[in-house]
Design a protein around this ligand. Structure first.
Ligand SMILES: C[S@@+](CC[C@H](N)C(=O)[O-])C[C@H]1O[C@@H](n2cnc3c(N)ncnc32)[C@H](O)[C@@H]1O
Length: 207
């Protein structure tokens, strides 16, 4: 029998969140520090417990952070409060988002695309395109098929060609594709740091 849809809220309730490193992603910090994206209105899709959203807000981004899991958003709210930053939190299934907000200059996805491309790539890609202003940036971190160990329980692997072609077909031009390693992820065989892709795209269209 094929697996049913994942209950993400239940995963947070049971603390079955191996991806949740407890801090923001250093690769996001690199992208921001190097000035590839500058403080602006931003949307994070699949924000989880909010470490990246809070990091961006602390850098001066006006962040809307979206997740389907209510418990993740409660944790994100607590993190924003503790840090003393404002993050607008929205509980939404991004594959069933009737009235998404207006487009912004920067959209972030840390660990969602590699899941949703197997469920409904067209719908997810259309949403990201609608949310990203022409000339704006979309940054996605995903699993990397170059991971030699093929980690059981690690992030879904994606090939460089797939990530590039899938987003270029959706109205984006590749700006930068880099390999990095995710924070420690808990797997059945112990903590690992899986190889990942950091892919920065620019939305095509008038600037
Ligand atoms: C691998 S986790 C990454 C979470 C966070 N970005 C991080 O790095 O800790 C994927 C996240 O996407 C959320 N998610 C999965 N499917 C979703 C959907 N259809 N709509 C909105 N969020 C979704 C999950 O609840 C989870 O928080």
């Amino acid at each position: 029998m094929p697996p049913g849809p994942i209950d993400w809220n239940a995963k947070y309730a049971a603390n079955e969140t191996p991806w949740d490193a407890g801090g923001h992603c250093p690769e996001l910090e690199r992208v921001v520090r190097e000035g590839w994206v500058r403080p602006c209105p931003a949307i994070e899709l699949g924000c989880g417990s909010g470490a990246d959203a809070v990091f961006l807000a602390a850098w001066g981004f006006a962040v809307t952070a979206v997740d389907v899991a209510r418990i993740a958003l409660e944790r994100a709210a607590g993190r924003a409060r503790q840090t003393g930053v404002d993050v607008r939190l929205m509980e939404r299934d991004v594959l069933d988002w009737k009235e998404p907000p207006p487009a912004v200059p920067f959209v972030l996805d840390n660990g969602l695309y590699h899941i949703l491309r197997k469920i409904d790539l067209d719908r997810y890609r259309s949403l990201v395109a609608a949310l990203t202003e022409p000339g704006g940036h979309f940054l996605t971190f995903s699993g990397n098929a170059n991971e030699p160990s093929g980690l059981a329980g690690g992030p879904a692997p994606v090939k460089a060609r797939e990530i590039t072609e899938e987003w270029e077909a959706g109205g984006f031009d590749l700006v930068q594709l880099r390999e990095f390693r995710f924070h420690a992820v808990k797997t059945p065989s112990g903590p690992v740091r899986p190889l990942a892709w950091s892919a920065l795209f620019r939305r095509r269209g008038d600037q």
